[in-house]
Design a protein around this ligand. Structure first.
Ligand SMILES: Cc1cc2nc3c(=O)[nH]c(=O)nc-3n(C[C@H](O)[C@H](O)[C@H](O)COP(=O)(O)OP(=O)(O)OC[C@H]3O[C@@H](n4cnc5c(N)ncnc54)[C@H](O)[C@@H]3O)c2cc1C
Ligand code: HEM
Length: 416
């Protein structure tokens, strides 16, 4: 167990409220400082998250929550939080040598924001917190790289992948079928895992990286990602009437400015998958919108290797026409006699899917109606409020928390 020294524990406890209160200001100042000193890191970090403040919130929340954990002010289980960050870092190719840079600028930002309150003792105590957390992450990331057979160096395992097919799925979703451009075979993966995709933005705008869940069958000769175009405007994340948000950078690029034959750089597959992996128990898959992608990889795998498995699929969408990959369900159900499908469409007027036996509801998902099989594991993927609501109901109905996995398509985790 990681322990903070006694003297630092007292100082951290005393200064926690101040750091907590100024967490957003500290991390915002941290990023300004770090990018000024290391402009090359602008290509590594998600500029959309920077603009909307989501990444600031995630980093600040992690450091403060870890300090609370070390000083006994929180009983939050830490392993899943560390695992999530480590998998995200590994998919970005982050290395131990980058931790001193982040540490230096983070601690300097604490000093700038809190001013005279940061005595040498306070600086030492928070330095200790940072490095205890950094060491936990570095160790986990080293283990992930080693298990994946990768060297411990920047961008290890990133490869060129050629787009061999581009399939329109719905009005705003497209699938890319990708084959290794270096001639080596496509590695397999576990359903629920994702890859980082790097795109060059052209016009000296640098590069951006985003994560996409693999939506095809593990073990296939190609990988598939299924990408929803993020539209900007006044109502989008970070937008307002006076200042409409821009269209999503990478999703727009993948939709509009990539074609069959183009080559993209992809990381190896990472992502914790305990609730969706190769278990024998019944499985409950709950998704909304583009959150269907991990569920489709799970169904593709189970259809091939464990077709008798009891699986309940719950999916919510605006309408049948907006439901990505729905055309794969009838064939999966033919192969999987114990797959039951429950669809919630806000507009259910054209809700039937030819050849599919499904219960179709009109409106938004009512979590109290989600069928629960005894002993089931669950995997959720969709907007955070949707997942929080469904998870709350599953917990209320007695499903143990450790059996409920989920994926957030952005930084952060569900509370509690
Ligand atoms: C583990 C994981 C798996 C994922 N799997 C999938 C998947 O299978 N399919 C999928 O489609 N997506 C998936 N995502 C989401 C994906 O990674 C991207 O976040 C998504 O495609 C949007 O990226 P973007 O570059 O298009 O948008 P960004 O450019 O990152 O923009 C995001 C939002 O921020 C707003 N914004 C950006 N800049 C500004 C600004 N300057 N001012 C105000 N607002 C701004 C935009 O309008 C937009 O609403 C996944 C994410 C994770 C973490
Ligand atoms: C103790 C040190 C660190 C902590 C506590 C930390 C914490 C986090 C957290 C909480 C996230 C969001 C994870 C998620 O839920 O998706 C994240 C993402 C990220 N981290 Fe770290 N991190 C640390 C060190 C580093 C280092 C050394 C780098 C490399 C320079 C780095 C680069 C990134 C990047 C690029 C992302 C994704 C950003 C995005 O998508 O917006 N981090 N980190």
């Amino acid at each position: 167990m990681t322990v903070l020294s006694k003297s630092s524990a007292a100082v951290v406890t005393a200064t926690l409220p101040a750091v907590q209160a100024h967490g957003a200001a500290i991390t915002s100042r941290f990023y300004q400082r770090m990018f000024a000193a290391h402009p090359e890191l602008l290509d590594l970090f998600n500029r959309g998250n920077q603009a909307t403040g989501r990444q600031q919130a995630a980093l600040a929340a992690a450091v403060v929550a870890y300090a609370e954990h070390l000083t006994g002010h929180s009983t939050l289980p830490w392993a899943p939080i560390l695992d999530r960050i480590a998998h995200k870092h590994a998919s970005l190719g982050i290395t131990a040598t980058q931790y001193p840079i982040v540490g230096r600028h983070l601690l300097a930002a604490v000093g700038e924001v809190l001013g005279d309150a940061v005595t040498p003792e306070v600086a030492t105590a928070w330095n200790e917190v940072y490095w205890l957390l950094a060491c936990e992450l570095i160790a986990r990331e080293a283990r992930l790289y080693t298990v994946a057979g990768l060297p411990l160096q920047a961008d290890a395992g990133w490869r060129p992948w050629r787009i061999v097919e581009k399939i329109p799925e719905t009005a705003d979703v497209v699938s890319l079928i990708l084959a290794p451009a270096d001639g080596d075979p496509a590695p397999t993966f576990t359903p629920g895992q994702y890859v980082s995709v790097a795109v060059d933005l052209g016009d000296s705008q640098g590069r951006q990286i985003r994560q996409y869940s693999l939506s095809g069958r593990p073990g296939a000769a190609t990988w598939r990602i299924t990408v929803k175009r993020l539209r900007g405007g006044a109502g989008a994340a970070g937008g307002s009437a006076g200042s409409p948000a821009p269209d999503g950078t990478v999703s727009s690029q993948l939709h509009d400015r990539t074609a069959v034959g183009d080559v993209l750089r992809l990381s190896p597959a990472f992502g914790e998958v305990s609730s969706i992996g190769a278990l024998g128990a019944p499985l409950l898959l709950v998704s909304a919108g583009i959150g269907v992608t991990p569920a489709m990889a799970a169904l593709a795998q189970l259809g091939a290797v464990a077709p008798a498995r009891e699986v309940v699929l719950v999916h919510a969408d605006r309408s049948a026409a907006a439901h990505p990959l729905r055309h794969e369900l009838p064939e999966l159900q033919q192969r999987m006699p114990n797959l039951s499908v429950h669809l919630w469409y806000e507009d259910a007027t054209d809700g039937e899917i030819a050849g599919l036996k499904a219960t179709v509801h009109a409106g938004r998902v009512d979590p109290t109606l989600v069928p629960l099989t005894p002993g089931a594991w669950a995997h959720l993927c969709g907007p955070v409020p949707f997942m929080a609501q469904v998870r709350g109901e599953l917990l209320r109905r007695g499903m143990p928390a450790e059996r409920i996995g989920y994926e957030v398509f952005g930084p952060g985790m569900l509370a509690g």
